[in-house]
Design a protein around this ligand. Structure first.
Ligand code: C2O
Ligand code: CU
Length: 443
């Protein structure tokens, strides 16, 4: 069965009027009749974890680990069995940025039921996108992601020659520990030292799993931003080691460099903040005390590499145009008087859905009228960024989680090519938990 035929109007109408949801879900599962090339099991469980500094967290984990990594090859059929051991509120897995068939998207109450303690669920999909992704529970995601229910999905290119000598996945997270609040890459909340031979190629997959955007420094070498949100940049130019970059919640950058014959310093945050974690790459002798310099430039994706050329950049005609005004108000939510985050003045589930037809070219404009950033994440599709603050960007790029700063507006577009019911929400998960979500639905 192909998704194309399943999504046709004819089928759609039949499903809507005469059949139960079962048929629809089967149609939106993709072709999973072929055997899996690789199988994983992820057991959601509570676990006490000790960070590198000795601080202890009462974590909620997959497999008792912080950020387990699923590493697969582009094109593999992947099967992941999720088992819930003892997370009382139930769990799921959402494949963030991975454009899986709708039934595999892991949104409880929408694409599947919550997986309760003692229960399991099988996710199966083909790894059709190469790149760096992550996954996390989408059940009470604000609490569950904060406590550790996440991991990384790294899909390697088929070509061996495109694989880097050293590959490091760094997931930036904030932990509540017995020693207070800690910033960490995975479970490493301090600088770590790593020996690399001169001339070796290094790729860092950097993922931001916590709610706020953050700045990173990479010094001692030129480097390239090779991919944004898992999508490769064409012809990325080298950036000087005086360039910092900023990643919003849920976002990913793949950063690459060739090891020189002197140390390369990587860290989170500001040059002089010694409490931030990082990685010091060295060739022979580890530097005693790495000294970071304050950056002189900030990376700008709207002017980098070759512009993305696709159906949406080649046209000015859209079948649907939507606007999302990002704001806030005071009101009752889940029985409590609260500060609420709104889209078009409403809170979820009262925000009117966006309805599209399969094949539509869809344009969305985000307008941030609040005083806080909002990393806007669309499930199931990558957005092409076309305009920032009403001006065409020089290099349209692909994003699944676009950080919109206060006062900014962005015009993005995508092709409605993945039928189903999808979330479009702020990835500051506290904002999502207090209203900032809408649904994208296929007619
Ligand atoms: Cu990473 Cu709906 O979320
Ligand atoms: Cu937000």
């Amino acid at each position: 069965p192909t998704l194309m035929s399943m999504g046709s109007d004819h089928h759609r109408q039949q499903n809507d009027h005469h059949q139960s949801g079962t048929v629809e879900v089967a149609a939106l599962t993709g072709d999973i009749s072929e055997p899996a090339d690789v199988k994983f099991e992820l057991v959601a469980q509570r676990k006490e974890i000790t960070l590198a500094s000795g601080a202890v967290i009462d974590a909620w984990t997959y497999n008792g680990e912080i950020a387990p990594e699923l590493r697969v090859k582009h094109g593999d059929m992947i099967e992941v069995k999720l088992v819930n051991k003892d997370i009382d509120s139930g769990v799921t897995i959402h494949w963030h940025g991975y454009n899986v068939p709708n039934a595999m998207d892991g949104v409880p109450g929408m694409t599947q039921n919550i997986v309760k303690p003692g229960e399991s669920f099988i996710y199966k999909f083909r790894a059709e996108q190469e790149g760096s992704y992550w996954f996390h529970s989408h059940q009470q995601a604000s609490e569950q992601v904060r406590k550790g229910l996440f991991g990384t999905l790294i899909v390697e290119p088929e070509q061996e020659s495109e694989i880097y000598d050293e590959q490091l996945t760094l997931i930036n997270h904030r932990w509540e520990t017995d020693q207070g609040y800690k910033k960490a890459f995975g479970s490493r909340d301090e600088l770590q030292w790593k020996q690399v031979d001169p001339g070796e190629t290094v790729k860092l997959s950097i993922i931001n799993s916590h709610n706020i955007s953050e700045k990173y420094l990479l010094q001692g070498t030129e480097f390239r931003i090779a991919a944004i949100d898992g999508m490769r940049i064409q012809d990325p130019q080298p950036l000087s080691g005086q360039t910092a970059f900023r990643l919003g919640s849920g976002g990913r950058y793949d950063v690459t460099f060739t090891m020189p014959n002197h140390p390369v310093l990587f860290k989170l945050g500001n040059a002089n903040d010694e409490s931030d974690p990082g990685v010091i790459f060295y060739t022979e002798t580890p530097p005693a005390k790495p000294v970071f310099k304050t950056e002189s430039a900030l990376f700008d994706p709207s002017n980098y590499g070759k512009p993305v050329v696709n159906v949406v950049t080649e046209t000015n005609k859209f079948d649907r145009e939507f606007e999302m005004i990002l704001g806030n108000k005071m009101g009752f939510y889940n029985g409590m008087f609260n500060f609420l985050w709104t889209i078009n003045g409403e809170v979820y589930p009262r925000v009117p859905s966006f309805v599209v037809k399969e094949g539509d070219r869809v344009k969305t404009t985000f307008i941030n009228k609040s005083l806080t950033e909002h990393p806007m994440h669309l499930h199931g599709h990558h957005m092409t960024v076309l305009k920032k603050n009403n001006v065409k960007v020089n290099t349209p790029w692909l994003s699944d989680t676009l950080n919109v700063l206060p006062g900014e507006s962005y015009e993005v577009a995508f092709i409605a090519d993945n039928p189903g019911m999808w979330m479009d929400h702020c990835h500051n998960l506290d904002h999502a938990a207090t209203g900032m979500i809408l649904h994208l639905m296929y007619d």
